[in-house]
Each structure stands twice: as C-alpha cells, then as structure tokens.
Write a protein that binds this ligand. Structure first.
Ligand code: HEC
Length: 333
C-alpha cells in the first residue's frame, strides 16, 4: 500500500522531468543548428565589452583632467624655489636623532635665533635626557625669571625658573615683536618644521639660501631680503648665520651649513620630541607582527595539510541491479 502511494506521488514529478528534458533537447537542437545566431551574440558581447571599456577609460580621462591638474593660486616664483632634499640622519630607517647635533642646534638657537624667535611650547623638563642632564636643565631654567606668587602686600613677585617652566619668549607680545622687526612677526619655532612644506629641507635651504646680492631683475621691497626659497622671495629676516658665529663645545667647526643643519635638526626635535620613541616602537611592532605572521602562515598550512592533501575516491558499489522494490502492474488501483 505504501509502495503504491509512493509511486503515484512520483508520477507527476516524472512527467515534469520528462517535459523539461524534451524542452532542453529542443533548445539544444535549435542553437546548434543556427550558427549565425551564435555569431551575432558573440559580436554583441564584444561590442558591450568595448563600450564598457570606452566608458571606463573616458571617465578616468575626465576625472584626471578635472583633478590631476591642480590650479595654483600663485606662480612657482611666488611659491618659492623647491627646497633641495638632504639625507637627514633621523630620516634614515634605523637611525634616531643625532643627539650631539641636537645639543649643538640648541646652542645655535639660544645664541642666535632666541633673540627674535620664541619656542614657547618647549618646557625645560623635556630637555632632560635628550640634550642635557637634569642638573644642567635646572641650572638653565634658573637663569631666567618667571612670574611668582603675589607677596603679602599683593604685589607680583618673580622667581627663578623651574624644570616645569617653558622656554622664555624674547618679546612680551606679538605687537612688541612686530615693532622690533620692522612690522614683521618672527613666528614661534616650536612647530615650524611641521608647519612648512618641505620641513627640514625648507628650513635648511632658507637659512643657507641668502645670495650675496639679489639676482639681476629681482625686485626686493625695502626692508626685505632676497631669498629664493621663501614664498614671494622677499623675507623680513636677514641672513643670520655666518661662519664661526658660535663656538661649539664639542669643537665642531661652526660653518654656516653646519649651524643651519644643527639648528634644523634641533627644531625638528622640538616639533616631534616623541620621534625616537615612536620609531623604536614601530620597529618592535614590525618585528613582533612579522613573527606572528610567519607563525600564522605555518599554522594555516599545518591545519589545512590533511584537507589539501586528501584524495577522494568513489568506489562504485558492486550490485546485481536487483530493484529495491517491484510494482505489481497487474494489480489494479
Ligand atoms: C633679527 C631677528 C631674527 C633672528 C635672529 C632670526 N630670525 Fe627668523 N625670522 C625673523 C622674522 C622677522 C621673520 C618673519 C619673516 C617674514 O615673515 O617675512 C622670521 C622668519 C623665520 C622663519 C619662517 C619663514 C617662513 O617660511 O615663514 C624661520 C623658519 C626662521 N625665521 C628661522 C630662524 C632661525 C632658525 C633662526 C636662528 C638661526 C632665526 N630665524 C633667527 C627674524 C629673525
């Protein structure tokens, strides 16, 4: 009884399958017979592909025409000469700041630049361990007077500087600075390396780029100095570095280029005091992740080895083709 009902249920499904088979064979016959239809579908797919490529290429050309030619508000002469690149010690992959150069650079800053430029983001404490010992930094801080607490009569007092104080500024405020410099404001140098396109290269080129005389035809406003690296070529700061201007403690010959290089490296430290630590951390992270990556590749291969090397074999069971059940066709439903 159960067998019979199964067979009856299978009958409609069988007829659907038969129909599908017939349809498929008909379709196959029609496609194989008309090769021209096949050809035209091939041409149309080629055309579609070519069209898509043309649209993609065209939109790339349009996009690059729009954005690859940036408009410049200023001419190259107005933007200043592009600085020459130099191989800075700290920019090398496995190098830190040259700390002897930082010391010399700080000396140049104190003896030359500090009369006009402030470094008000740098506290004395940050010099400790980088440029000098704690005692040296304390002694340096004490050379300057800072605002103290009010005294018993309510009058402001001054006190010697402490490690937590910031380097003093040469002028009381911006107006005083402008007044002393022909109307131009000497900017704070704490973040100067980060603030200018070209960074260290720009500062070095600027400091060493003053020609003896401006080139013929160059128009220099009165009160300004010609420097091709400064945007506009007329800078209010005159040449400040000359051979032998400072006397280095470590007896390095104080040429203009040496002083410019040292003070630039020092200013880079001022803008990025965390640089050495960041680089060290970067190396640690790179080496640890390289080891972890190697281990994960090994682990993946280890885990996948049985799956990648297995072989699936189908062994056909040996049967005598006896049907599992038979339907008695003589019997009526
Ligand atoms: C006599 C004062 C004076 C001294 C000393 C001086 N500067 Fe300047 N500096 C200026 C003035 C003024 C400007 C502003 C220039 C301008 O805007 O035209 C300036 C601007 C700069 C700039 C910014 C340029 C820019 O792109 O805007 C840098 C960098 C600079 N000075 C570095 C130094 C360094 C480094 C030293 C020490 C070696 C130094 N200066 C010494 C007066 C001085």
């Amino acid at each position: 009884m159960l067998v019979q009902s199964c067979v009856r249920a299978a009958r409609p499904t069988g007829s659907v399958a038969r129909q599908a088979l017939r349809y498929a064979s008909k379709r196959n016959a029609s496609t194989s017979s008309s090769s021209s239809a096949e050809k035209s579908s091939w041409t149309s797919s080629i055309l579609t592909g070519a069209g898509a490529a043309a649209v993609a290429g065209g939109s790339m050309a349009w996009y690059s025409q729009l954005y690859n030619n940036p408009l410049h508000a200023m001419t190259p002469a107005e933007e200043g000469l592009h600085p020459q690149a130099y191989p800075w010690e700290h920019q090398k992959l496995s190098k830190t700041y040259d700390h002897a150069a930082l010391r010399r650079g700080f000396q140049v800053y104190r003896e030359v630049c500090a009369s006009c430029h402030s470094l008000f983001r740098i506290p004395y404490r940050s010099l400790v361990g980088v440029l000098m010992t704690t005692d040296e930094a304390k002694a340096l801080a004490e050379e300057n007077e800072y605002e103290g607490e009010l005294d018993n009569e309510g009058e402001p007092t001054t006190r010697p500087g402490k490690l937590s104080d910031y380097l003093p500024s040469p002028y009381k405020n911006d107006e005083a600075a402008r007044a002393a410099n022909n109307g131009a404001l000497p900017p704070d140098l704490s973040l100067m390396v980060k603030a200018r396109h070209g960074g260290c290269d720009y500062i070095f080129n600027l400091l060493t780029g003053y020609p003896e005389d401006p080139p013929a035809g160059a128009v220099v406003q009165s009160g300004l100095n010609f420097n091709p690296y400064f945007p506009g070529t007329g800078i209010a700061m005159a040449r400040v570095l000359y051979d032998g201007l400072v006397e280095y403690d470590d007896e390095t010959p104080a040429t203009t280029a040496q002083m410019a290089k040292d003070v630039t490296e020092f200013l880079n430290w001022a803008a990025e005091p965390e640089f050495d630590q960041r680089k060290k951390m970067g190396w640690k992270i790179l080496s640890v992740t390289a080891i972890l990556f190697g281990m994960s590749v090994w682990l993946k291969r280890y885990k996948w080895a049985p799956i990648k090397t297995r072989k699936i074999v189908y062994n056909r069971p040996v049967t005598n083709h006896t049907p599992r059940f038979t339907v008695d066709k003589t019997k009526k439903d």
